[in-house]
Design a protein around this ligand. Structure first.
Ligand SMILES: [Zn+2]
Length: 186
């Protein structure tokens, strides 16, 4: 499904806010460190007792979130499938972080589309692709350590943005400034 243009912009801003709040901005993004700073506990499926693991795998092959109150826990947990390839695992965790940060009440639409857009933008921000002049899927993939498919989508979005003649929004310059200051960009 498609969201309204203003909602996409709000989501970009939400990513910028999240990065600023927790200050984990070095690329490739360390989603484990980010979750840790957010106070979210990460658990691999393999660390969950077998009886429960089956139910979890049934809920999602990749990852899912347990919020305080569910399963009698008082902390937010992200459970993830440690057998997925690295790029996919990273994206799954980023996706759950999106649901948590945006305080989505469920995985239903439009929340799922929002989380998908958010995780993609967070793992490979469009303004950084433009700033670094990354031109191929291979370059995007190498820079952000994401899957080929995620890199393809990120590059396409960056190219679309350039075609519209809009290379960056004000809040995105803040994101870029944050990286520049810390010497994280060439
Ligand atoms: Zn989701």
């Amino acid at each position: 499904m498609y969201l309204s243009p203003s909602r996409y912009e709000e989501l970009n801003r939400e990513v910028a806010d999240l990065m600023e709040t927790y200050g984990v901005g070095r690329y490739p993004l360390d989603v484990f460190a980010l979750a840790g700073r957010m106070g979210v506990v990460l658990r691999s499926y393999s660390s969950i007792p077998l009886a429960k693991r089956q139910a979890f795998l049934h809920a999602s092959k990749d990852a899912f979130t347990i919020v305080p109150g569910e399963y009698e826990v008082d902390t937010t947990f992200i459970c993830y499938n440690q057998n997925a390839n690295k790029g996919r695992m990273k994206q799954s965790i980023a996706h759950e972080i999106a649901h948590i940060w945006l305080e989505h009440p469920s995985d239903d639409e439009p929340y799922e589309t929002e989380a998908e857009y958010f995780d993609a933008y967070m793992l490979a921000p469009i303004p950084i692709i433009i700033k670094l002049k990354l031109a191929s899927v291979h370059e995007v993939r190498n820079c952000f350590q994401i899957s080929c498919e995620a890199a393809r989508i990120a590059l396409e979005r960056a190219n679309n943005r350039c075609r519209c003649g809009k290379t960056g929004f004000e809040y995105e310059y803040e994101i870029i400034g944050m990286y520049d200051q810390r010497g994280w960009l060439p």
